[in-house]
Design a binder for this molecule. Sequence first.
Ligand SMILES: NC(=O)c1ccc[n+]([C@@H]2O[C@H](COP(=O)([O-])OP(=O)(O)OC[C@H]3O[C@@H](n4cnc5c(N)ncnc54)[C@H](OP(=O)(O)O)[C@@H]3O)[C@@H](O)[C@H]2O)c1
Length: 275
Amino acid sequence: MNFNKSNKKIGFIGVGNMASAIIRGITSVGGYSWDNIYLYDVESTKTAEFASLGSHAVDSVRTLCEASDCIVLAVKPQNFPEVLAELAPCVKGRKILFISIAAGITTETVSNALGGVGVVRALPNTPMLIGKGVTAICSNSAVSEEDMSFARAIFATAGDVVSIDESQMNPIISVTSSSPAYVFKFIKAVCDGARAQGLDDESIKQSVCSMVAGAAMMLAQSDRSPEELVSMVCSKGGTTERAVAELDRYSFEEAIVSAMKKCTERADELSGISK
Ligand SMILES: NC(=O)c1ccc[n+]([C@@H]2O[C@H](COP(=O)([O-])OP(=O)(O)OC[C@H]3O[C@@H](n4cnc5c(N)ncnc54)[C@H](OP(=O)(O)O)[C@@H]3O)[C@@H](O)[C@H]2O)c1
């Protein structure tokens, strides 16, 4: 689809980290007109910078609703009840596509609260701030193919977009949305280990980031499994073999898998699913 030629007005409720990343993506990479963007946040300072670039900062959900063809719900899951309650009386008789990016909030929750509207559910991640995001996406049956293409185009301006079934949306948070945090913790640990051995911290962060990006690209381009690539680094009786044995002693992989289960548990709590 010709995304930047679309004249749809896109409204954002909540203009924090993730909404800002989406707005930067659609305007810079996507070439979307600032004039087609409407913003509402309880904290008016959050919209000031984008308003100065030509978007429209409004002072109520109602005004945003009246102006928008598509509304991105970008508040925290905890703020959804108040936002949906404010939206409900404003959407009657209007055809608006809703896109929710909140962890754990189902399309059914949004649709039921707003009288059966079309809802796209998208889970981006923070690397979308630099155009390297991954967004998992799904929709309810009230969303047309054209609207789904439009929603995909929004997130494609800031990285990869992967369509999945809604039943997978909570587990995928632990795989592609929360997971940059695991990588940042790993990088911090390697930098801490470097500092403990007297290596210069300033240059080391950049070297460690290049190493992580290089290793990830190598695996992505390889037809070998992660285990085979670990073996390639581990010479018999060598340094890496001893390092990996220590990682195993601390149950490195089990810790990651356990963290992912906790992540999905929290998403299920936010969805109101008890297992
Ligand atoms: N961070 C991630 O990696 C990630 C990944 C995937 C999905 N998500 C989802 O993205 C959503 C937004 O996350 P974020 O990190 O961008 O949060 P954020 O930076 O806190 O942004 C949310 C913004 O919404 C404002 N807000 C709160 N209640 C509001 C209301 N009733 N009406 C209008 N604005 C309101 C907040 O103001 P105050 O600060 O004053 O409350 C804040 O400016 C969350 O639902 C999260 O689950 C995040």
